[in-house]
Design a protein around this ligand. Structure first.
Ligand code: ADP
Ligand code: 5GP
Length: 204
């Protein structure tokens, strides 16, 4: 795969990850987004091929069996997967790539892609997470309870991520995310080719 950086972003549902990713892409250029496949039905306002590629379970399972996914997982009763094709589509445009994937998928990908950067977005407190899930008004009460229970397990994995952003004040959290992307781009190991240009004595 090409040289772009993979930024893998996970969060408990309702922590504000989608909102933050939108802000991040407004602040920082050169960030593509890997469009996952899912068996979940589209929500109002979602378009096939934009938020997700929406597919039936049989089609998803065929893709998984054919090795089309870099990772996939069952999340809240639906299947979600990152296809190699989605990653390559963004990478081939010379971009770094954002992946919005759950904790299981993130940790699986980290094992397979050594340079991937793992960022965990946490809500400031369980009470605030409940409030955000309720105010978003997308899910019935029993689904909200399930998401809150899942959040406890997901928070337990946060220690395995490279970065932790607490999404209390939205602008501060978006600034922190942008700072992570910019700092990762400045890592010496990612600028070796540029640095090598100096060894011949001419300015790169
Ligand atoms: P996720 O993608 O993590 O499930 P969303 O981005 O849909 O979460 O955000 C959940 C709800 O919380 C939305 O109504 C969103 O407007 C709100 N929200 C996101 N970030 C903040 C924040 N920092 N402060 C207050 N509300 C927020
Ligand atoms: P939602 O249905 O609310 O869009 O997403 C539910 C969860 O699935 C979120 O935690 C999101 O990060 C995760 N998710 C989305 N795409 C993928 C994917 O390709 N792989 C994995 N493992 N999780 C995903």
């Amino acid at each position: 795969m090409a040289d772009g950086i993979l930024f893998v972003i996970s969060a408990p549902s309702g922590a504000g990850k989608s909102t933050l990713i939108r802000r991040l892409r407004q602040r920082v250029d050169g960030l593509g987004f890997s469009v996952s496949h899912t068996t979940r039905p589209p929500r109002a306002g979602e378009t096939d091929g934009v938020e997700y590629h929406f597919v039936g379970r049989a089609a998803f399972e065929r893709m998984a069996a054919a090795g089309a996914f870099a990772e996939w997982a069952e999340v809240h009763g639906n299947l979600y997967g990152t296809s190699f094709a989605a990653l390559e589509a963004e990478m081939s445009r010379g971009r770094d790539v954002l992946l919005d994937i759950d904790v299981q998928g993130a940790l699986a990908l980290a094992d397979r892609v050594p340079g991937a950067v793992l960022v965990f977005v946490a809500p400031p407190s369980p009470g605030e997470l409940r409030q955000r899930l309720e105010s978003r008004a997308l899910d019935p009460p029993e689904v909200i309870e399930r998401r809150l229970a899942a959040a406890r397990t997901e928070m337990a994995a946060a220690g395995r991520y490279d970065y932790l952003v607490v999404n209390d004040d939205l602008e501060t959290a978006a600034d922190e995310l942008a700072a992570i992307v910019r700092a990762e781009r400045c890592r010496t190991c990612r600028r070796i080719a540029w640095l090598d240009g100096w060894s011949g004595g001419s300015q790169p």
